[in-house]
Design a protein around this ligand. Structure first.
Ligand code: URA
Length: 441
């Protein structure tokens, strides 16, 4: 079928066949379908949606745009975790080394920043020389030898996702449920892991703004996992305010290092990472129960084993791990200044989306597909919803590369915060866990 007919069919809200979806993905991957037609297709999907069957077919087509890895003979079991995207969400870089340090191999395929949300690959590229586009052979060899590997899409693995991901980022087509589900699950299927924890973010700083939509996304992805025999759980977690303190690439890597070295970090990121790591250990059968899993996680943190595991990951992928031992070596943005509270009271809101968009406007993320990012810039968020702040207390520290961008960021960030005289409860962190049928996969 002609691609224009496929676009028109979806534009008119009709259901595509598996063959039409496959043709589209194959044509885009091999360069016969240009970006402008792919953009129109993505926009049609965003506006018209897809049935769960179409979403599953899209997922398999994207997964099969490259090779599908089999981990048989490489490791007995390997786990993976993947977030739907949030602001300040550096959990992969914390959970992966913790879980590896607890003896469970992790094979992780990650993405770049998307819209206002950051991406693990962009963050980890803050470390000089690190290689994050591994071939299938390199991915497997590293997993076998070191039990930890982290890569972005390459020409071998889910290449269509790499191309569509970059296009969605700059065409306003990120928050479509079928596109998010297929993007995430195609990578998971291609990377071959049997046990997968999905972190489905909910709130103003997530692509799903209500618990109902997030639960639907979680259920669709878990069902795709069931269909291909993977054990998939999806936790629903809050993304109304930024997670942790740092937003922006080097700043987030520094927060990861602080966390793994046992330095103080905000309670939300600590609890989130301990919980996610514990769920993964339990899913992998490496813990008797959640309590045992949490104890193992805390031990791996306290002994420094989790930090050593991150260092090992960085080293074997060519990165300069001296930056992890000495984070002060990371370059610093030329302008680093605080934004102070213009009134005292209780923090009712720190709008994660506005913070994420402000971080992109500072150059921590991309507006156009070809944009390069400035790893130095970003925002430190000093308060959480429910905190009491005095007038004049620091709300944010902005790391900027120009006065103009700094000034714009101040205005935006002040509009992200609401401080009132009345008390306010802290935000919940978890809204539930969706589990699949393959409990024994
Ligand atoms: N993570 C992905 O890999 N893809 C998305 O679409 C969103 C988050």
């Amino acid at each position: 079928m002609n691609v224009v007919d496929t676009i028109i069919k979806k534009r008119d809200g009709k259901e595509l066949t598996a063959a039409e979806i496959n043709d589209f993905i194959r044509g885009y991957t091999d360069g016969r379908i240009p970006d402008y037609q792919a953009s129109a297709f993505l926009m049609a999907v965003l506006c018209r949606g897809m049935t769960d069957r179409e979403t599953a077919d899209l997922t398999m087509a994207i997964a099969h745009s490259g090779e599908i890895i089999s981990l048989t003979g490489i490791v007995d079991t390997a786990v993976d975790k993947h977030s739907t995207g949030g602001v300040g969400d550096k959990t992969t870089l914390i959970v992966q080394p913790i879980v590896t340090a607890c003896g469970v191999p992790v094979a992780k395929m990650s993405g770049r920043g998307l819209g206002f949300s950051g991406g693990t690959i962009d963050k980890l590229e803050s470390v000089p020389n690190i290689k994050l586009d591994l071939s299938k052979e390199a991915f497997l060899a590293q997993l076998k030898r070191y039990h930890t590997v982290l890569s972005g899409q390459s020409a071998d693995l889910a290449p269509a996702d790499g191309m569509l991901y970059a296009l969605r980022d700059v065409t306003g087509t990120v928050p479509a449920l079928p596109l998010i589900a297929s993007s995430i699950m195609s990578k998971k299927i291609a990377a071959g892991t049997q046990t997968i924890l999905l972190d489905v973010k909910v709130g103003v700083g997530a692509f799903m703004d209500t618990i109902e939509k997030a639960r639907h996304l979680a259920e669709v992805m878990v069902a795709i996992g069931d269909h291909v025999g993977r054990k998939v759980y999806a936790e629903l977690t809050d993304m109304n305010q930024p997670l942790g303190s740092a937003v922006g690439n080097i700043l987030e890597v520094k927060e990861v290092i602080a966390f793994l070295k046992g330095e103080p970090v905000p309670a939300d990121i600590y609890e989130h990472c301990v919980e996610s790591s514990a769920i993964l250990l339990e899913m992998a059968g490496a813990a008797k129960d959640r309590n045992d899993a949490e104890n193992q996680v805390k031990k791996a943190l306290a002994s420094g084993a989790a930090f050593e595991s991150l260092k090992k990951l960085v080293e074997v992928q060519g990165g300069d791990s001296a930056y992890l031992d000495h984070p002060e070596k990371f370059p610093r943005a030329p302008i680093v200044r605080e934004v102070l509270a213009d009134r005292g009271g209780y923090v009712h809101e720190i709008n994660a989306r506005t913070v994420g968009e402000t971080s992109v406007s500072l150059d921590a993320g991309r507006v156009k597909k070809s944009d390069s990012i400035d790893h130095r810039v970003g925002i430190l968020v000093h308060q959480k919803v429910g905190d009491f702040v005095e007038k004049g207390a620091p709300l944010f520290t902005i790391h900027a590369n120009s006065e103009e961008k700094f000034n714009r960021a101040v205005t935006n960030l002040l509009s992200a915060v609401r401080i009132e005289a009345e008390k306010c409860e802290p935000l919940p962190q978890f809204y539930g866990l969706v589990t699949g049928a393959n409990e024994k996969a």
